[in-house]
Design a protein around this ligand. Structure first.
Ligand code: ZN
Ligand code: ZN
Length: 364
Protein backbone atom coordinates (compact mmCIF):
# COMPACT_ATOMS: atom_id res chain seq x y z
CA UNK A 1 0.00 0.00 0.00
CA UNK A 2 1.31 3.45 -0.87
CA UNK A 3 1.76 5.61 2.21
CA UNK A 4 -0.55 8.29 0.77
CA UNK A 5 -3.42 5.81 0.65
CA UNK A 6 -3.23 4.65 4.24
CA UNK A 7 -5.51 7.30 5.78
CA UNK A 8 -8.54 5.94 3.92
CA UNK A 9 -8.10 2.50 5.47
CA UNK A 10 -7.98 4.07 8.92
CA UNK A 11 -11.01 6.26 8.28
CA UNK A 12 -13.11 3.39 6.94
CA UNK A 13 -12.07 1.27 9.92
CA UNK A 14 -13.11 4.02 12.34
CA UNK A 15 -16.49 4.33 10.63
CA UNK A 16 -16.99 0.56 10.86
CA UNK A 17 -16.32 0.72 14.61
CA UNK A 18 -19.00 3.39 14.91
CA UNK A 19 -21.45 1.26 12.92
CA UNK A 20 -20.80 -1.62 15.26
CA UNK A 21 -21.25 0.56 18.33
CA UNK A 22 -24.63 1.68 17.01
CA UNK A 23 -25.58 -1.80 15.88
CA UNK A 24 -26.07 -0.56 12.31
CA UNK A 25 -25.39 -3.06 9.51
CA UNK A 26 -24.36 -0.35 7.07
CA UNK A 27 -24.36 3.35 6.24
CA UNK A 28 -25.49 4.88 2.96
CA UNK A 29 -23.13 7.84 2.40
CA UNK A 30 -24.48 10.53 0.11
CA UNK A 31 -22.53 13.63 1.11
CA UNK A 32 -19.75 14.03 -1.53
CA UNK A 33 -17.45 15.55 1.12
CA UNK A 34 -17.83 12.45 3.26
CA UNK A 35 -17.23 10.16 0.28
CA UNK A 36 -14.04 12.12 -0.39
CA UNK A 37 -13.03 11.75 3.26
CA UNK A 38 -13.56 7.99 3.24
CA UNK A 39 -12.20 7.12 -0.20
CA UNK A 40 -10.31 10.02 -1.77
CA UNK A 41 -12.83 10.29 -4.64
CA UNK A 42 -13.67 13.96 -5.23
CA UNK A 43 -16.57 13.80 -7.68
CA UNK A 44 -19.60 16.00 -7.16
CA UNK A 45 -22.02 13.06 -7.41
CA UNK A 46 -22.09 9.46 -6.27
CA UNK A 47 -23.34 7.30 -3.41
CA UNK A 48 -21.28 4.96 -1.24
CA UNK A 49 -22.28 2.15 1.07
CA UNK A 50 -19.99 1.07 3.87
CA UNK A 51 -20.67 -2.09 5.87
CA UNK A 52 -18.35 -4.15 8.08
CA UNK A 53 -17.45 -6.40 5.17
CA UNK A 54 -18.16 -4.32 2.07
CA UNK A 55 -17.60 -0.90 0.56
CA UNK A 56 -19.24 0.07 -2.72
CA UNK A 57 -19.29 3.35 -4.64
CA UNK A 58 -21.86 4.04 -7.36
CA UNK A 59 -21.00 6.76 -9.87
CA UNK A 60 -22.44 7.94 -13.16
CA UNK A 61 -20.37 7.58 -16.37
CA UNK A 62 -18.89 11.08 -16.01
CA UNK A 63 -16.95 9.85 -13.00
CA UNK A 64 -16.13 6.22 -13.76
CA UNK A 65 -12.48 6.75 -14.69
CA UNK A 66 -11.92 9.22 -11.89
CA UNK A 67 -13.45 6.88 -9.31
CA UNK A 68 -11.49 3.89 -10.58
CA UNK A 69 -8.31 5.94 -10.31
CA UNK A 70 -8.90 7.77 -7.02
CA UNK A 71 -11.36 5.87 -4.86
CA UNK A 72 -9.53 3.71 -2.35
CA UNK A 73 -10.92 0.55 -0.74
CA UNK A 74 -14.28 0.51 -2.52
CA UNK A 75 -15.76 -1.46 -5.38
CA UNK A 76 -16.68 1.08 -8.07
CA UNK A 77 -19.95 0.49 -9.94
CA UNK A 78 -20.88 2.60 -12.95
CA UNK A 79 -24.60 3.32 -13.03
CA UNK A 80 -26.28 4.79 -16.10
CA UNK A 81 -29.72 5.10 -14.50
CA UNK A 82 -30.74 6.82 -11.25
CA UNK A 83 -28.06 5.98 -8.67
CA UNK A 84 -30.35 5.75 -5.66
CA UNK A 85 -32.46 3.15 -7.46
CA UNK A 86 -29.34 1.07 -8.06
CA UNK A 87 -28.43 1.36 -4.39
CA UNK A 88 -31.96 0.29 -3.44
CA UNK A 89 -31.74 -2.79 -5.69
CA UNK A 90 -28.45 -3.73 -4.05
CA UNK A 91 -29.89 -3.22 -0.56
CA UNK A 92 -32.96 -5.33 -1.34
CA UNK A 93 -30.75 -8.31 -2.08
CA UNK A 94 -29.03 -8.02 1.31
CA UNK A 95 -32.19 -8.77 3.29
CA UNK A 96 -31.55 -6.06 5.86
CA UNK A 97 -34.32 -4.58 7.97
CA UNK A 98 -32.71 -1.26 8.71
CA UNK A 99 -29.77 0.72 7.44
CA UNK A 100 -28.34 4.15 8.22
CA UNK A 101 -28.78 6.99 5.75
CA UNK A 102 -27.03 10.34 5.92
CA UNK A 103 -29.86 12.79 6.36
CA UNK A 104 -28.05 16.02 5.50
CA UNK A 105 -27.85 15.50 1.75
CA UNK A 106 -30.88 13.33 0.87
CA UNK A 107 -34.09 15.16 0.04
CA UNK A 108 -37.48 13.96 1.25
CA UNK A 109 -38.47 13.03 -2.29
CA UNK A 110 -35.27 10.98 -2.69
CA UNK A 111 -36.03 9.20 0.57
CA UNK A 112 -39.57 8.39 -0.61
CA UNK A 113 -38.15 7.05 -3.89
CA UNK A 114 -35.69 4.88 -1.95
CA UNK A 115 -38.46 3.52 0.27
CA UNK A 116 -40.57 2.67 -2.77
CA UNK A 117 -37.61 1.00 -4.48
CA UNK A 118 -37.00 -1.34 -1.52
CA UNK A 119 -40.75 -2.09 -1.37
CA UNK A 120 -40.84 -0.95 2.27
CA UNK A 121 -38.66 -3.92 3.30
CA UNK A 122 -35.74 -1.82 4.56
CA UNK A 123 -36.08 0.98 7.09
CA UNK A 124 -33.84 3.98 6.60
CA UNK A 125 -32.64 5.48 9.88
CA UNK A 126 -31.59 9.10 9.63
CA UNK A 127 -27.96 9.30 10.68
CA UNK A 128 -26.52 12.73 11.08
CA UNK A 129 -23.01 13.65 11.96
CA UNK A 130 -21.55 10.13 12.07
CA UNK A 131 -18.71 10.82 9.62
CA UNK A 132 -18.58 14.48 10.64
CA UNK A 133 -17.71 13.35 14.16
CA UNK A 134 -14.71 11.49 12.70
CA UNK A 135 -13.75 14.53 10.63
CA UNK A 136 -13.72 16.59 13.85
CA UNK A 137 -10.26 15.15 14.58
CA UNK A 138 -7.84 15.47 11.67
CA UNK A 139 -5.38 12.66 10.94
CA UNK A 140 -1.80 13.45 9.96
CA UNK A 141 -2.57 13.40 6.23
CA UNK A 142 -5.33 15.98 6.74
CA UNK A 143 -3.16 18.20 8.92
CA UNK A 144 -0.48 18.11 6.21
CA UNK A 145 -2.98 19.24 3.57
CA UNK A 146 -4.42 22.05 5.71
CA UNK A 147 -0.86 23.12 6.52
CA UNK A 148 -0.10 23.33 2.79
CA UNK A 149 -3.33 25.24 2.04
CA UNK A 150 -2.42 27.64 4.85
CA UNK A 151 1.08 28.16 3.50
CA UNK A 152 -0.37 29.12 0.11
CA UNK A 153 -2.89 31.46 1.80
CA UNK A 154 -0.16 33.31 3.67
CA UNK A 155 1.96 33.53 0.51
CA UNK A 156 -0.95 35.01 -1.48
CA UNK A 157 -1.53 37.66 1.18
CA UNK A 158 2.15 38.60 1.30
CA UNK A 159 2.23 38.84 -2.50
CA UNK A 160 -0.75 41.21 -2.62
CA UNK A 161 0.35 43.46 0.25
CA UNK A 162 2.66 45.69 -1.89
CA UNK A 163 -0.37 46.48 -4.12
CA UNK A 164 -2.55 47.63 -1.21
CA UNK A 165 -2.55 51.39 -1.84
CA UNK A 166 -5.00 54.25 -2.29
CA UNK A 167 -6.42 54.16 -5.82
CA UNK A 168 -6.60 50.37 -6.27
CA UNK A 169 -9.99 48.63 -6.41
CA UNK A 170 -11.11 46.00 -3.90
CA UNK A 171 -11.95 43.69 -6.79
CA UNK A 172 -8.43 44.03 -8.25
CA UNK A 173 -6.88 42.96 -4.97
CA UNK A 174 -9.30 40.04 -4.63
CA UNK A 175 -8.47 38.90 -8.17
CA UNK A 176 -4.74 39.15 -7.45
CA UNK A 177 -5.14 37.03 -4.30
CA UNK A 178 -7.06 34.32 -6.19
CA UNK A 179 -4.48 34.38 -8.99
CA UNK A 180 -1.59 34.05 -6.54
CA UNK A 181 -3.27 31.09 -4.84
CA UNK A 182 -3.65 29.25 -8.13
CA UNK A 183 -0.06 30.03 -9.12
CA UNK A 184 1.09 28.42 -5.85
CA UNK A 185 -0.76 25.20 -6.63
CA UNK A 186 -4.12 25.76 -4.94
CA UNK A 187 -7.29 24.29 -6.48
CA UNK A 188 -8.66 27.83 -6.01
CA UNK A 189 -10.06 29.98 -3.24
CA UNK A 190 -11.98 28.02 -0.59
CA UNK A 191 -14.64 30.77 -0.52
CA UNK A 192 -15.18 34.11 -2.21
CA UNK A 193 -12.19 36.23 -1.18
CA UNK A 194 -13.20 39.26 0.88
CA UNK A 195 -11.56 42.66 0.44
CA UNK A 196 -13.63 45.34 2.16
CA UNK A 197 -12.38 48.89 2.61
CA UNK A 198 -13.58 51.84 4.67
CA UNK A 199 -17.23 51.73 5.81
CA UNK A 200 -17.81 48.59 3.68
CA UNK A 201 -15.72 46.68 6.22
CA UNK A 202 -18.52 47.08 8.76
CA UNK A 203 -20.28 44.25 6.94
CA UNK A 204 -18.44 41.11 8.06
CA UNK A 205 -19.10 39.28 4.78
CA UNK A 206 -18.88 42.12 2.27
CA UNK A 207 -18.14 41.00 -1.29
CA UNK A 208 -15.29 42.79 -3.07
CA UNK A 209 -16.65 45.71 -5.08
CA UNK A 210 -15.38 48.25 -7.59
CA UNK A 211 -14.75 50.65 -4.71
CA UNK A 212 -11.33 52.26 -4.75
CA UNK A 213 -9.21 52.17 -1.59
CA UNK A 214 -8.68 55.58 -0.03
CA UNK A 215 -6.18 57.07 2.39
CA UNK A 216 -7.11 56.82 6.10
CA UNK A 217 -9.24 53.69 5.62
CA UNK A 218 -9.25 50.29 7.24
CA UNK A 219 -9.16 47.35 4.81
CA UNK A 220 -10.24 43.82 5.81
CA UNK A 221 -8.90 40.82 3.90
CA UNK A 222 -10.44 37.40 4.43
CA UNK A 223 -8.93 34.69 2.26
CA UNK A 224 -8.29 30.98 2.15
CA UNK A 225 -6.92 28.54 -0.39
CA UNK A 226 -8.25 25.08 -1.03
CA UNK A 227 -5.53 22.57 -1.86
CA UNK A 228 -5.82 18.81 -2.33
CA UNK A 229 -9.39 19.13 -1.08
CA UNK A 230 -8.57 20.95 2.17
CA UNK A 231 -9.22 24.55 3.12
CA UNK A 232 -7.52 27.27 5.09
CA UNK A 233 -9.01 30.52 6.43
CA UNK A 234 -7.26 33.75 7.41
CA UNK A 235 -8.19 37.42 7.93
CA UNK A 236 -5.93 40.42 8.24
CA UNK A 237 -6.80 44.11 8.57
CA UNK A 238 -4.59 47.02 7.53
CA UNK A 239 -4.88 50.81 7.71
CA UNK A 240 -3.81 53.12 4.91
CA UNK A 241 -1.73 55.84 6.54
CA UNK A 242 -0.98 56.71 10.17
CA UNK A 243 -3.89 55.46 12.25
CA UNK A 244 -5.47 57.86 14.77
CA UNK A 245 -5.56 56.85 18.44
CA UNK A 246 -9.09 55.45 18.29
CA UNK A 247 -8.26 53.04 15.45
CA UNK A 248 -5.07 51.97 17.24
CA UNK A 249 -7.06 51.18 20.39
CA UNK A 250 -9.64 49.18 18.41
CA UNK A 251 -6.94 47.22 16.60
CA UNK A 252 -5.05 46.52 19.81
CA UNK A 253 -8.23 45.23 21.45
CA UNK A 254 -9.01 42.82 18.61
CA UNK A 255 -5.37 41.68 18.48
CA UNK A 256 -5.37 40.98 22.21
CA UNK A 257 -8.71 39.14 22.00
CA UNK A 258 -7.37 37.04 19.13
CA UNK A 259 -4.07 36.17 20.80
CA UNK A 260 -5.60 35.35 24.16
CA UNK A 261 -8.23 33.13 22.55
CA UNK A 262 -5.56 31.30 20.50
CA UNK A 263 -3.64 30.62 23.71
CA UNK A 264 -6.62 28.80 25.20
CA UNK A 265 -6.61 26.20 22.40
CA UNK A 266 -5.58 23.16 24.39
CA UNK A 267 -7.12 19.70 24.42
CA UNK A 268 -10.03 19.43 26.82
CA UNK A 269 -11.02 23.11 26.59
CA UNK A 270 -14.64 23.75 25.68
CA UNK A 271 -15.36 25.72 22.51
CA UNK A 272 -17.55 28.17 24.45
CA UNK A 273 -14.59 28.93 26.73
CA UNK A 274 -12.47 29.98 23.74
CA UNK A 275 -15.31 32.22 22.60
CA UNK A 276 -15.71 33.58 26.14
CA UNK A 277 -12.03 34.55 26.30
CA UNK A 278 -12.18 36.65 23.13
CA UNK A 279 -15.53 38.14 24.11
CA UNK A 280 -14.37 39.14 27.61
CA UNK A 281 -11.38 41.07 26.22
CA UNK A 282 -13.62 43.08 23.88
CA UNK A 283 -16.37 43.55 26.48
CA UNK A 284 -13.74 44.81 28.93
CA UNK A 285 -13.07 47.65 26.50
CA UNK A 286 -16.71 48.42 25.87
CA UNK A 287 -16.58 46.77 22.44
CA UNK A 288 -18.74 43.71 23.13
CA UNK A 289 -21.67 45.03 21.11
CA UNK A 290 -19.49 45.43 18.00
CA UNK A 291 -18.40 41.76 18.05
CA UNK A 292 -21.38 40.31 16.24
CA UNK A 293 -20.37 36.75 15.34
CA UNK A 294 -18.85 33.73 17.03
CA UNK A 295 -15.11 33.45 17.62
CA UNK A 296 -14.38 30.67 15.15
CA UNK A 297 -15.21 27.39 13.46
CA UNK A 298 -13.67 24.10 12.41
CA UNK A 299 -11.83 23.97 9.06
CA UNK A 300 -11.07 20.94 6.92
CA UNK A 301 -12.74 19.59 3.80
CA UNK A 302 -15.39 22.23 4.41
CA UNK A 303 -14.49 25.83 5.12
CA UNK A 304 -17.04 25.83 7.95
CA UNK A 305 -17.36 22.58 9.82
CA UNK A 306 -17.74 21.37 13.38
CA UNK A 307 -17.11 22.60 16.01
CA UNK A 308 -18.40 26.15 16.37
CA UNK A 309 -16.41 28.35 18.70
CA UNK A 310 -19.50 30.15 19.94
CA UNK A 311 -21.31 30.88 23.18
CA UNK A 312 -23.38 27.68 23.19
CA UNK A 313 -21.01 24.97 21.88
CA UNK A 314 -19.82 22.94 24.86
CA UNK A 315 -17.76 20.51 22.75
CA UNK A 316 -14.33 19.84 24.22
CA UNK A 317 -11.42 20.32 21.82
CA UNK A 318 -9.15 17.38 21.14
CA UNK A 319 -5.64 17.02 19.78
CA UNK A 320 -6.00 17.13 16.00
CA UNK A 321 -8.84 19.66 15.86
CA UNK A 322 -8.25 22.50 13.40
CA UNK A 323 -10.23 25.68 14.10
CA UNK A 324 -10.19 29.36 13.28
CA UNK A 325 -9.96 32.14 15.84
CA UNK A 326 -11.40 35.32 14.37
CA UNK A 327 -12.73 37.99 16.68
CA UNK A 328 -13.70 41.26 15.04
CA UNK A 329 -15.37 44.61 15.62
CA UNK A 330 -17.68 46.29 13.11
CA UNK A 331 -18.58 49.96 13.44
CA UNK A 332 -21.13 51.44 11.10
CA UNK A 333 -19.72 54.33 9.10
CA UNK A 334 -16.13 53.56 10.14
CA UNK A 335 -15.43 50.00 9.04
CA UNK A 336 -14.30 46.73 10.54
CA UNK A 337 -11.30 45.00 12.05
CA UNK A 338 -11.03 41.20 12.00
CA UNK A 339 -7.96 39.10 12.73
CA UNK A 340 -8.20 35.41 11.96
CA UNK A 341 -5.86 32.45 12.01
CA UNK A 342 -6.31 28.78 11.26
CA UNK A 343 -4.94 26.95 14.29
CA UNK A 344 -4.12 23.30 15.00
CA UNK A 345 -4.79 22.00 18.51
CA UNK A 346 -1.55 20.08 19.07
CA UNK A 347 -0.46 17.79 21.87
CA UNK A 348 1.68 20.64 23.24
CA UNK A 349 -0.94 23.32 22.62
CA UNK A 350 -1.95 25.63 19.77
CA UNK A 351 0.01 25.85 16.53
CA UNK A 352 -0.88 28.78 14.23
CA UNK A 353 -0.93 27.51 10.64
CA UNK A 354 -1.37 30.97 9.06
CA UNK A 355 1.45 33.01 10.61
CA UNK A 356 1.26 36.16 8.45
CA UNK A 357 2.36 39.15 10.56
CA UNK A 358 -0.27 41.23 12.37
CA UNK A 359 2.08 43.96 13.66
CA UNK A 360 2.89 45.80 10.44
CA UNK A 361 -0.67 46.85 9.86
CA UNK A 362 -0.36 50.52 8.97
CA UNK A 363 0.74 50.94 5.38
CA UNK A 364 2.04 54.29 4.29
ZN1 ZN B 1 -12.21 33.90 7.17
ZN1 ZN C 1 -13.51 31.89 9.24
Amino acid sequence: MEPGLRPYAGRQARLRKKLEARDLPLLVVSNPRNIFYLTGFRGSAGVAVISPSEAVLWVDPRYTLQAQGDAWGVEVIEERGPILKAVARWLRKKNLRRVGLEDSTVTISELRALERAVHGKVRFDAESGMIESLRFIKDSEEVARIREASRVTVAAFKAVLPHVKPGVKESELAAEIDYQMRLSGADGPAFETIVASGPRGARPHARPSGKVLEKSELVIFDLGAILSGYASDMSRTVYLGEPPGRIRRLYKAVLEAQQMAVETLHKGVRCCEVDGTARRVLEGRGLGKYFTHSTGHGVGIDIHEKPRLGRSDKTRLKVGCVVTVEPGVYLEGLGGIRLEDTVLVGAQGPEILTPAPMNNWHLS
